[in-house]
Design a protein around this ligand. Sequence first.
Ligand code: DDK
Ligand code: ZN
Ligand code: ZN
Length: 418
Amino acid sequence: MMKILLLLGFVAVALAEVTRFDGEKVFRLKPVIDEHVLLIKELANSMEVDFWSPESADLVTIDIDVDLHVPAAHTDMVYTILQQSGMETGVLIEDLQAQMEEQLDNRTPDPRTHSYTKYNSWDKIQAWISSISSSNPDLISRQVIGNTYEGRPMNVLKIGKKSSSTKPSIFLDCGIHAREWISTAFCQWFVKEALSTYGSDSEMTGLLNQMDVYVLPVFNIDGYDFTHNSNRMWRKTRSRMSGSSCIGADPNRNWNAGWCTTGASSNPCSDTFCGSSPESEIEVKNVADFIRRNKSSIKAYLTIHSYSQLLLFPYSYTFQLAEHHSELMTVAEGASKALRSLYGTEYTSGPGAATIYPAAGGSDDWAYDLGVKYSYTFELRDTGRYGFLLPESQIKPTCEETMLAVKYITSHVQKNLY
Ligand code: DDK
Ligand code: ZN
Ligand code: ZN
């Protein structure tokens, strides 16, 4: 018995270990010739570096900004090599650990309570899901669509005026990628706004009378919890695979849409690992099953990521234009304009492959090919000043402006229902 207790003690200590990022930097590189691109790929091969944007070495091309997180031991050498190559190189973040600690506002008054203007832990979000879904039975209900790899329940909130018949609907998810905390904050904000402006805001009232919005507040719960408790920079799921010691697959490369053909890696250690097969990740399978089951009612699919300030739509697995390209583009431009009207935040819109990078196996392409015409991926603030470490003081303005874009899209969807 004692032995078992001791062993459990060790396991607990091991689990509680937190990765620190002292002295680590994030560089912004501007490759303009093939040699620069090659150099970046060589660097990535020869040492542990973490690609912030684009999300892996395979996605690096000429004329795109490359945001690269480099461990402390290599920063001087990397900087020297880059300088010598003549590539324009800037420092986005001087000390990642210091920046991380700055991201969180003063943890007052009560760090235990949920707040819409803070980055809440999974435990707090889970408690929030329970309380909010029983707060107004006429407008909100919840259902569990399955468990995550580590056994956490995935709750989908259904928001809309209760009706005896099936209403047309919109599916919204946040937190596919663990470290993109502003995304997760947005879904909570959306739910709050929907409930609190129903009855006063005519657009929201009309939306919720005519349609239901399914909200998945945290898609990749295991990963999200890991970013709070162990490694802030984790992106993938937390699944184990036989034959590799590396953990997790990219839940935005794991969908059955041109799966693993471009902009994804078959290396389990990569941050863009596509998984062992389409829907190998249980979280992806659970959501795909839910969308398939409700396919006839779902008219729009919205998925929230960060960072880059982009509003993307299919396709990402091919450069071919989607059948509804011009309508999708017009709506994206209208939504970006609505977003910009509040604080002047500039968004770029376009199909994924041409606007950010080719990337197969994404949720938006999959939903679109299933028949969900209005399929959009948001990349929220910022453009790299803080990257994934967007300060909590920006949660409110970011969510407010994003609401305008989301409502612009939902209005368009509503107008085109019949
Ligand atoms: O998954 C990615 O790499 C970004 C968000 Se972090 C989105 C890429 C475009 C949409 C892929 N279908
Ligand atoms: Zn993402
Ligand atoms: Zn992103």
